[in-house]
Structure formats: structure tokens, C-alpha cells
Write a protein that binds this ligand. Sequence first.
Ligand SMILES: [Zn+2]
Length: 435
Amino acid sequence: MFPPTRHHAPVQCRAASWQNGAMFSPVSHFDLFCYGCGGAADLEDAISCARCGEPRSLRVHTLPAVEHLKTRPGSMWHYIDLLPVASPEHVVTLGEGATPLVDALQFARRFGFSELRFKNEMANPTGSFKDRQIAAAVTHARALGARTVAAVSSGNVAAATAAYAARAGLNAVLFMHGHAGQGKIAQAAAYGATVVRVDSPSPSRVFSLCIEACARWGWRHVSTAGMYEPFNVEGAKTIAYELYQQYEGRLPDWVVVPVGGGGLLGGVWRGFLDLQRLGLIEAPPRLAGIQAAGCAPLVRALERGLSFLDTLREPWPNPHTIAGGIADDILFDGHTALPALRMTDGMALAVEDGAIEEGRRLLAREVGLLCELTSAVVIAALPRLAEKASGARVCAVLTGSGVKEIGTLRDQTFAPPLVAPDIDAVRAVLPESVL
Ligand SMILES: [Zn+2]
């Protein structure tokens, strides 16, 4: 059992059972694995490791043939043998995954890298990488016979949960943070979900509320927090599989990702471990996890040498950043995110809000990709990564679309001039650069 934090609900769920032991565990090619002590357990065992107390994660124990890793995916379900799904007929999909890898050579030179590519997760159906995780989580929920799914979100999980629940014919109840942007609330509500905003500065407090509601009303919890529900973070592994194929086996030196709870970082790392176990790569690339300076529990944990259980005892006080998608006060996936950095000789960096805004602006103007502020932390971190890794080949994951935050762009963009329908009137307002 995890040690109590100020707000923690006790974690008593089992990975493969739900609602009074309504067992559904035909995902027999998976077991549970603890990255804290290296111990394996059956899927029916408790999530908490009996030996060290850390949460266990799902792991493929029957590795598939590697043949299908040699053909290009049409969606992330190309890798169904590496996902915890019992049967293809359960799959709930909107075509998520198979996102582009965008080369940015000129941009790379600005920082002194030999190569810089962006994994464009904005191209997913609701505009963020969360579609991968929620597609897998809703698939699992439907296989369990759930009628209603519920999730905690600052925005992207809400949109994804609402969309995939609509696709599956399920109800969705979303607990959104009080600071969630209007655009993201509107996106989630547009799919017909029930949206509740919760007035609390602490994401872990909102999680406790959602877990309590799920227990009371029999909903399936699909939030992307592996310490509660390991099924819900599995979809992120497919980013690693796709990178392996898109780089034709020659993975970059560094993969850089934003970190809130750590599910993306831990998921990508575990995906690379699968490739290593399949004999396709010698070792995962080095990983960099980027946080906002106003909420940086992963950076603090590495600086102080904290264990995952240590981090739970001390949530980040008063998260405050414009990167709302990663303002998590505890590391909901620290049990995989911390070893991801420690085992790959990686690093965690915290960046200031001003640099995040400038990063979004630069990426849009010089590469043509408009990401959300949460994603722009990776751009803000590139100069500091370059200090350590000059000349390296780098891949940065752009997790969510800037279109979701169009309101914040309107605030910051000057109002274009309104002119008479006259060529001289147009000429009078044009900058010299376009003439
Ligand atoms: Zn353990």
C-alpha cells in the first residue's frame, strides 16, 4: 500500500478486476512488473508491490513476433499484440497514432544539434497524444462492460475521454480543474460529456474525488495515472514503437518529452524496453523530461535523490504555470518516470513561463507547428539540452495542439488592421518585408 499523502484515497483496486470481482483477464500475454524492485506478479495481484510498496506496471510477458514492426502502421492498433487488449473486436478507435515525424534541420542548427525532429502528436483525432492512452483505456472499459467512464483532466484527457466514450456509446463524466481553459472545456463538452469543474489547486485532491465518485456510482476510472490504473497509460508505449520504425531502427541520441504526472515519459521508456527485449535495439535512447518551473516535482526528486514513495509524501505546493497540462502536484507515474531517467542517464529540466511562451512562438514561426503551451516546454528546454548534448540527434514530442488554446493566442496577437477595399489602403498597412 502506498504511504498516505495529504489527500490520498487508499488504493485498493486490482488491475484485472472491477466491480465486485467481475473478472475479465483474458489479456494473458501481460503480467505486472515492479520497476522499484524488479519483481513480477500475476495480473490478478494487487497493484501495490508486496515487496517494496511501489505501484506495479503492466508488461508484455509473451513477446510477439517482430514481423509487424517491419511494416508501417495505419494507427497505433498496428501494435495490438503489444497492448493489453484481449480481442480486436473490443478496440475503440478513431484512427489515433501513426503521427508524423517532422524534420527541422534549420531549427536544429539554431541550437547546435546535428538533427532535430518533432513527433507531431497534435495530429491525433482530438489533438493530443492522450488519444493513444484513452483509446486503450476506453477499450478496456468497454471490454469490462462499463456503461460510464470518468476522468480527471486539465483539458486533453477530457477531450479524449469524451470523444472515445462517444465513439464507444458510453457516458463520460469529466472532473476538470478550475483553471482549465475555456477552449478545452468547450471541446470536451462538444462530444456530449458531463463536465464538472472542481475548485481546488491540487490535482491529487481532484483525483481522490474522482476515485470516490467511481466507487460510489460504479463508473470506470480512465484517468491517465498509472499508480491508480496501469491499463490507462499503456497507449503511450506506441510512440516508442513508431519512432523505431520512423527512424528505421537508428533511434536519436535524445528523446525529449513534457512531464506532468510522468505517464508519457514512463510509457515511452517502457516502449523502448519492449523493443530491447524484442532484440530490435541495444538500449533505449537517453530521455529528457521537461517540467514548468512552477511545478517541478520530477526535477526536485532527481536533485534530492528521492524515491517514488518519497515524492508522494510531499506534493508540490501550489502549482502555478501557464503550462496547465503538466501542473501535477504529484508524479502519478513517478514509479516509471524516475527509473526512465535514472536508467537512461537522462535528465529533468524545469523551464520558466516566459521561455515556454517564447518557445511556442518560435516553433510556430520557424517550423510551422503551433503547439499548446504545455508542449512548448520542450522548445524552452532545447538551449539547456544543447549545453550538455551539442551535436546530438534529438527528437522532441509535441504532445498537444495550440488550436486548443486559441483564446490565449488572441490575447497575445495584435488586432489586424481593418482597411477599405482599396489597393492603396492595403499598401499603407503592409510591412516592408512582404513588398
Ligand atoms: Zn517492488
